[in-house]
Design a protein around this ligand. Structure first.
Ligand code: KIV
Length: 277
């Protein structure tokens, strides 16, 4: 409900799934980045992110696992809550972790409910297509916006035999197209398309009514998403082909830590102005 005198949509209003979905077919691309804590969520929001994704990539880039599979629902709720506290404008989407929705529709509904209710997420993201279409339909029907995720879905890493580009064979291409159609037809407002040939990214984007957000899916998608560690160069040893580094914060951090340790060891820190009378 809007309080009397409150403008219906102030200029700094939060971006919603509806507002973002309305960009489909326009030239306005959707800029998405992941974040896992309040500090980086604030920075990404300040920089103008449209969507901040609390990705289950947290398992790899924050927790140090080799895949996203170990991430728990409690952990996603925790990270989502931290991110949501730091965001004023961007739309906040939280990933549903592995096995929080695959066993049954009821479990999936409850897991999504926790991400929204406790985690402050404004939409949830889940992987798959035909197999999760009914769950997407149910979530949308109770008012939870859903972002799908098709192509190379990291929670199926073992089935794919690694994080490998999908959709290069005709069988894979048809499967991914069927998944994308199922996700859109079930009512998802958006879907991530990950690691597919750029022609397939373009084809899905032209065909489905949902926004497409590419990662390693070429320039033909409605928007792009990258993991924040890749954008910021937080790990100097890691740069996937599909990512672009916009800073070298990993190297900058090593330099800053080194300078601090050097000052401590040499007695240069703290100075008088950094201590009390
Ligand atoms: O978990 C994640 O960060 C993601 C993006 C890579 C799309 O799913």
């Amino acid at each position: 409900m809007t309080a009397p005198g409150t403008p219906a949509s102030p200029p700094s209003a939060k971006l919603t799934a509806l507002a973002l979905a309305a960009r489909k077919g326009s030239a306005e691309r959707v800029a998405v980045v992941t974040a896992y804590d309040v500090a980086f969520a604030r920075l990404a929001d300040r920089a103008g992110a449209d969507i901040i994704l609390v990705g289950d990539s947290v398992g790899m880039v924050v927790q140090g696992h080799a895949s996203t599979l170990p991430v728990t629902l409690d952990e996603m709720v925790y990270h989502s809550r931290a991110v949501a506290r730091g965001v004023a404008r961007a739309h906040v989407v939280a990933d549903m972790p592995f096995m929080s929705y695959q066993a049954s529709i009821d479990e999936g509904m409850r897991a999504a409910g926790r991400l929204v209710k406790e985690g402050g997420a404004e939409a949830v993201k889940l992987e798959g297509g035909v197999a999760v279409a009914e769950l997407i339909r149910r979530l949308v029907s109770v008012g939870i916006p859903v972002m799908g995720h098709v192509g190379m879905t990291p929670q199926s890493v073992h089935a794919f035999g690694g994080f490998k580009v999908q959709g290069r064979t005709e069988v894979q291409r048809q499967r991914i197209l069927a998944d994308a159609r199922a996700v859109a037809d079930a009512g998802a407002y958006a879907m991530v398309i990950e690691s597919v040939p750029r022609a397939l990214g373009r084809e899905i984007t032209a065909e489905v009514s949902a926004l497409t957000i590419g990662i390693g899916a070429g320039p033909g998608c409605d928007g792009q998403v990258l993991v924040m560690h890749d954008v910021l160069g937080l790990d100097p040893t890691w740069k996937p082909r599909f990512a672009r580094r916009y800073a070298a914060l990993g190297d900058a951090a090593v330099e800053a830590f080194g300078a601090y340790f050097g000052d401590v060891r040499a007695g240069r820190f703290p100075a008088d102005g950094e201590s009390f009378e």
